[in-house]
Design a protein around this ligand. Sequence first.
Ligand SMILES: Cc1ncc(C[n+]2csc(CCOP(=O)(O)OP(=O)(O)O)c2C)c(N)n1
Length: 578
Amino acid sequence: MNEPGKLMNGAEVLLECLAREGVDCFFGYPGGVTLPFYDALFDSHIRHVLVRHEENACFAAEGYARSTGKVGVCCATSGPGATNLVTGLVDAMMDSIPIVAITGQVTSKLIGSDAFQEADTFGITRPATKHNFMVKNVQELPQIVHEAFYIAASGRPGPVLVDIPKDVFQARGHYTPVDTIHLPGYKVFTEGHAGQIRRAAQLIWEAERPWIYAGGGTVLGKATEELTELVELVDLPAVCTLMALGSLSSSHKNFISMPGMHGSYAANMGMTECDLLIALGTRFDDRVTGQLSAFARHARVIHVDIDPAEIGKNRVPDIPIVGDVKRVLQKLNKAVKELEPEFKPKQAAARAQWWTRIREWQGEHPYDRTRAEDEIKPQHLMDEIDRLSGGQAIVTADVGQHQMWAAQLIRFNEPHLWINSGGLGAMGFGLPAAVGAQMARPDKLVFAICGDGGFQMSIPELATIASHALPIKIIVMNNGYLGMVRQWQTLFYNNRLSAVELDCFPDAEKLAGAYGFKGRTIDKPWQLAQALEEAVKEPGPYLLNVKVTRDENVYPMVPAGGAIHEMVLGPPEPAVVV
Ligand SMILES: Cc1ncc(C[n+]2csc(CCOP(=O)(O)OP(=O)(O)O)c2C)c(N)n1
């Protein structure tokens, strides 16, 4: 870090801000207007990872943020560089991931003149970010950059973009330390209402069939310890949404599974039959609730969320609590303990019955772990990855069937291990997200599980992986289809398969070999365990292309707009021809 007051150019001031924010590594792609920044970077200790497409810079920054809980940083040039970031920004927005995106802009005096590589980045990214800034002069740069980090990480996290014209990078100025951030109109309520918290504690003890519905906010809010404490204090069953997997350990006896469109039978029946729903850091997403009018219709609802806009958006709660889920749970747990002597015995019998019912649901329809003798079932693949991970590995997923099987069948015993594009469902996410995660956590075993479709969207990043010798285990679940779209066409469009067949998948050994690392294709069940073990043992990257059953469908499945208890549990029985 430099002495405050030292004369620098804007690019150096920006680097000073990043260093003071604790940024050790970021992801980007240079261009004309960011040349002064990249020139300053030449002398910096901060690591820059040159991705092969700007969209992947943003996804990698998300992988960094999602695997650490810290702010991820990406950078792109003006015009096409900035517009290439947009999908990543929307992805981070949908999943509330703290990102700071730096974009270069054309020189101030050219703005509005349709200059070369000019785009209205500020306008384009306004709805794609939690907040965005256009820097007008070098003096305001430190304040803006520190505000950007503060906004990205505080309250409900999200992406913040800072657009910097080339002349601001070049102008001479000072780094002035920023001690306070005062943003009129931006208020974060963290503490929760004491009276509401007390009422919630009482309702929890009074309920006969209580149920915890934990969302991504429990991961973002680092509330694992408090969530686990609540679960254990009252012996509550809990589901974690796709965004929350790992916030209660998947190996915890009270963890039921993921709920929703591809959630388990027990999870969806529990959500439907409970009489108290304790919704924590979650947004009642349509993929979880299904038909809203039928969702948890017997339940009273406690809803804790840091974002007041989420409270009552889809379901009006009986007890709304605006606050940081960690802080609120600390207070809630205290109140629950205080009420324990008076209330614990009252519903003990009903609670025991409730658990019996839940265990029955779990026993009646567990997740399908089908295996076959002649072909590799996708479920078999996920089971084997789970075995090697032991609930400890970082797993990134792309979007589609493989994502759902991975979420169903792989255990996550900690938060920040399961990394996927939940809200936006952006194909091409998995591989660059793994780059960010492996950079952030070099000691961790990282699996990037991709479909053969999504993988082909991110092939350029194989070069980034090779260049940094990142030991990512890339597992392509290759069904020769855009599998999830094929599944919908099969089930809801009379099996009229239109534009979903993926031919010409490259030879994995040659493809990986072309980048200088190992790869292999397998298609027999007996090859699977050994091939995965070999991939994990390999000190560098590894590309394992696993040819699986082509026409397997993910079950359970709640048809779009249906009630979640009306799940389709498996394929229709074949018609008997007499
Ligand atoms: C960028 C983008 N384009 C299109 C889609 C729509 N989509 C959702 S799943 C899917 C199929 C994914 O196929 P693949 O990557 O092979 O994974 P699989 O479903 O077979 O596991 C598609 C096209 C999307 N989610 N993202």
